[in-house]
Ligand binder design. Structure first.
Ligand code: UDP
Ligand code: MG
Length: 326
């Protein structure tokens, strides 16, 4: 199988039929073998019966249904797990993305990219509630992850499947797949795609999504940078606090031992002021806390990798290729 198209769907009864027809029309034109995986993310309207009817009418359709609403990222993840194609394309069910743009993405993939992201150059969403937060989020994500794309939020993207097999998705993280993919050594590209206003139903998100995306961004950054050496960051923060704390304590002890014959006027002044005593204690405690967290995290990393036989690197290929077990 060459291509799997994954669509997360939540309460989109007005567009389901048109979506299936347009996907079918767009994909029957191309020269790849394909499947369409429609993931019903716990819809409470007529979406599922309509999907069943579409699966009867058109070939190559596979349906997945969640027991309840788990969110768009989970729905995409379920699609990835079922996907059999070498390339996986995702798009929205509300027809804001254009199924006719899929061949464009595939063409770009053929240039040797592992991920190709759609860029809604002329985005048709409200400015204040959508485009502005998204501009800020895009700027932040590209600064922080170091993967420079114009539009992380666009669902219309293509991925080589072996790349997403190495990527695990939590929370709102589907928009970080390009960053995660580049982290495991993937090449990431971009093409501009069409975008349409939402004509039916309602958007499932509001402004609160921005907060969730930013929190996830912190997680992703942390995982990308420090997951193999958490002590490197916690330890540094710990030392930043502990070293001045220790220094203050040393001065104060020096103040008590003034008979040791070095100039201790400053030190004995310090001892008299509770502010310095409290500061020194706080700094030292904070420092020890961070260093301990770092150590515990180091143990966790080892548990994570060793219990699951996970490797700390990702292979591209070996020569000669490994012999598959019969
Ligand atoms: N979606 C989903 N589960 C959810 C929310 C949304 O599967 O909990 C789907 C939804 O049906 C649509 C896509 O994710 O196909 C994008 O959602 P929406 O159009 O509401 O987001 P927006 O385009 O407004 O950012
Ligand atoms: Mg939409």
């Amino acid at each position: 199988m060459d291509l799997s198209v994954v669509v997360p769907i939540y309460n989109e009864q007005e567009t389901v039929e048109q979506l299936c027809r347009r996907l079918h029309d767009a994909l029957s034109q191309i020269r790849y073998s394909y499947e369409i995986i429609l993931v019903d993310d716990g819809s409470t309207d007529e979406t599922w019966p309509l999907l069943l009817a579409c699966a009867e009418r058109y070939d190559h359709m596979r349906l997945i249904r969640f027991r309840r609403n788990f969110g768009q990222t989970a729905a995409m993840s379920a699609g990835f797990h079922q996907a059999g194609g070498d390339v996986v394309v995702t798009l929205d069910a509300d027809l804001q993305n254009d199924p006719d743009d899929i061949p464009k993405l595939l063409e770009k993939m053929e240039e040797g990219y592992d991920v190709v992201s759609g860029w809604r150059k002329d985005r048709k969403d409200p400015f204040m509630s959508r485009r502005l937060p998204s501009m800020i989020a895009n700027w932040l994500i590209s600064r922080i992850t170091g993967v420079h794309l114009h539009d992380y939020g666009c669902t219309l993207k293509a991925y080589r499947r072996d790349i997403i097999e190495d990527v695990h998705l939590y929370g709102e993280m589907h928009r970080f797949i390009p960053a995660l993919a580049s982290w495991v050594g993937g090449r990431v590209g971009e093409v501009d795609v069409g975008h349409h206003p939402r004509r039916f139903g309602q958007s499932k998100y509001g402004l609160s999504r921005t907060v969730r995306v930013i929190l996830d961004l912190i997680t992703v950054k942390f995982l990308m940078r420090y997951s193999l050496g958490p002590m490197q960051i916690f330890g540094k923060i710990g030392l930043f606090f502990a070293v001045p704390g220790l220094f203050l304590f040393a001065l104060m002890i020096g103040g008590h031992l003034s008979f040791l014959a070095f100039d201790t006027t400053l030190a004995s002044e310090l001892v008299k002021r509770p502010f310095w005593l409290v500061s020194a204690t706080m700094l030292l405690f904070l420092g020890m806390q961070f260093i301990s967290i770092g150590l515990v995290a180091e143990i966790q990393i080892r548990t994570y990798h060793e219990t699951q036989g996970k490797r700390t690197y990702v292979l591209r290929e070996t020569h000669p290729p490994p012999v598959e077990a019969p």
